[in-house]
Design a protein around this ligand. Sequence first.
Ligand code: SF4
Length: 435
Amino acid sequence: MASKIHRASEIHRASRNFQTISANLSATEVPRATDVSDGRWDDADDFQVKQAQKDAERLMKKTKAPEKGSPGNLVSLSRKELEVLAVKYEQPAYRGKQIFDAVYKHGKRSIVDIVQVPKAWREDLESSGVTLGRSEVHHIVTADDGTVKMLLKLADNRVVETVGIPSKRTSDSKQRLTVCVSSQVGCPMRCTFCATGKGGFARNLEPHEIVDQVLTIQEHFGQRVSHVVFMGMGEPMLNIPSVMAAHRSMNEDLGIGARSITISSVGVPNSLQKLARHDLQSTLAISLHAPNQQLREQIIPSAKVYPLEALLEDCHQYFLATKRRISFEYTLLKGVNDSVEQALALAKLLYKFNVAGHVNLIPYNTVDESDFQRPTRAGVEAFKNALMKQKIETSVRETRGMDAAAACGQLRNTFQKTPMAEEVIIETFKKTLVA
Ligand code: SF4
């Protein structure tokens, strides 16, 4: 893997390493960094981001509905695609609908369990290497407030986190269930406050691996997922094709309203224009975390190649193209970006670019190997009030039990760094729970 290298002169060597190691891996894998360190964004980072984007395009070509006799995964395929698959296997089209219902309504985990379709066809599919594409649940951690963090083991033994967040609606008594899904195994963006960024990047997730997270949380809670946020591991805008395919499936196949799906991004050059073309009714949440370029670059190293003003101009253009108001995420780091003066500077900046809609404040949760601290409750209130006085709708994200138990990426880092030997995993897992 191209390790984290901070000198441009070493890029060529990094690139060579990438190619050499790639040759030893299966076609779906992008090698992962093993020694990510903090520091300024450089050419090696750009290289890795571009590789992730290229890999995302290549993945999409690979994840089309399987041909007869070819391997593939059925989760994330539409009803129409499953009906076409049935016909290719000389089955009546309604057999495809039976698979559709088994996957999305009944949450079946394997083809052999879909007893509604003939055994001979199930065996035919399995011998061709067709699977539903469900991931194995590796570990589950449940917080006192009912939030559940799961570690899912993918087909290539990598692990990815997903979180189920149950909550009560205030207007009626129905329970709302939100899933925070991951879009990549790891992440190449290196945001300084994020455990996922510190764990390095492995590869993009395929559509079935994203939709599977929703199915698994549904299965665990025994109720339908009402909301999805793409705020788990990974930068969704580096994996747009798979994220869009998963979005379609969640919306059309699982019946989750597009307005109940939020896609989050820290900002990737040229990605908002691409996203706008999909004309989604979903919310775009941009992670800002700073009111000026200098501070933002310290918190989000990748901001160096996507200046704050360029990002906000793209946000404005996104709003003009989609008429969808953008939500801005702002993680409050004590003594770094949480002063009233910084709140006023943020308000001024948002008004300057005509995007002063909604700001969601996230009091920081401590991450291993990070010096950042959580702000005081009074500090959070003061920041919020300063924004609201400027007539900016502001909310503070509720800290759920799971935030305290393990920040995004921590659980996965614990396991992915260790060999997947069960006794080692159980030991480290116990330590995580105690901590
Ligand atoms: S905050 Fe998001 S974009 Fe930044 S490193 Fe973490 S997962 Fe990646």
